[in-house]
Ligand binder design. Sequence first.
Ligand code: ASP
Length: 424
Amino acid sequence: MSISRRGFLGSAIAASVGTGLNARGLNAQDKVKDDVPRPANPFGAGKRPIIICANNGVNYLDDAFAFLKNGGDTLDAALRVVKGPEDDPNDDSVGLGGLPNEEGVVELDACCMHGPTRRAGSVGGVRNIKNVSLVSKAVMEHTGHVMLVSEGAERFAVAVGFPRENLLTERSRKIWLLWKEYHSTDDWWGPGLADPQWKPPSPATSPQSEPQSDLWEQRIQRLEEHAARLGIEPEFRMAAIRRVLSPPTGTIHCSALNDKGEISGCTTTSGLAFKLPGRCGDSPIIGAGCYTDQDVGSAGATGSGEENIKVAGAHTIIENMRRGMPPLEAGLDALKRIVRNYNNDMSKLKFIDMTYYVLRKDGAYAGVSLWEGYSSTRAHKIAVHDGAKRSEVTVALFKGSSHEFPPFPVAMPKELTEDSVYVK
Ligand code: ASP
């Protein structure tokens, strides 16, 4: 379905704030309703100091806020938030334990901007170093460059004192192996002909075959057997299978503003699970995954990196605010540019997931997303601490949730959409 430009502009706001999602979550193809009122100020008036971040940073906000309130630097406060998930081996979206590339190697991206000194640092495709957000700060502080990538970035990190370590946890390695073997009917990965459990792939189970729900049972059963053989814990098997069928992205952005009006931001990620080696998304790109301007504010992104790079999302948002748009409108405008890049083609946009976190210099903020949630009923959220810590539902451009990519021939079975598949 495509919608007219006039209809789109008038109806885009799904106004999900405070309402959450309906029980089933709408499909991306569902009609976007006209005349849905936009909440006047869904996120409240600005307060300083304040920290905003992607919701996966919520557990680290208390410590960072106390640090900021006691006079800590704004960038150091933001880095305290993102370092938490980077250090957590069970968080497979960033840092240690991040899901690897298609060769089974964890490659991390990060960037930061320090508002008060108007400096930036960035690293892309870094292996063997856990806290790439801190490495991006080291690039900013210890070099005349802004961005280092790959082997050079790793060698630099070691030179300035970061330890080399194996970032691939056993759990992430097993999920990668499950992914590799599941997709390997055409190569030499997976059990060979001589394996007693080898079964010829039936045409009916190929991904191109006609949608039939009983195929799901076969596929999941096959994956479960595989997962068991690889030693994936039973309670984590469905979560692993979900990651194999729909490789996740995972990122954390954080922006921090102190009572003097100083502002900084940073973003860190392991990117897209099973990506091509060397792939960099938006997270290390200054102006896409993060942008901070001391005169205006700070913004960052999580979601489809390729789409965000093309609209220079974080920079677009800051420039929108510089021209007077409030944070909510500024963020929604960046989302509309993604929609424009696809000529409003909902059959493609339904596979795109994007969330922006926006903080203006006066403390006004917004969380906006293309869809209300990803993969069924999980709403997109922004975490905030301005003296009170909370998670808030973002304002969505479209009602409903994005669809998994690669596309599924039939609705995902319930056991793969339950909340438990997202837990660490
Ligand atoms: N934006 C990140 C990337 O494309 C992924 C994410 O936000 O989860 O690398």
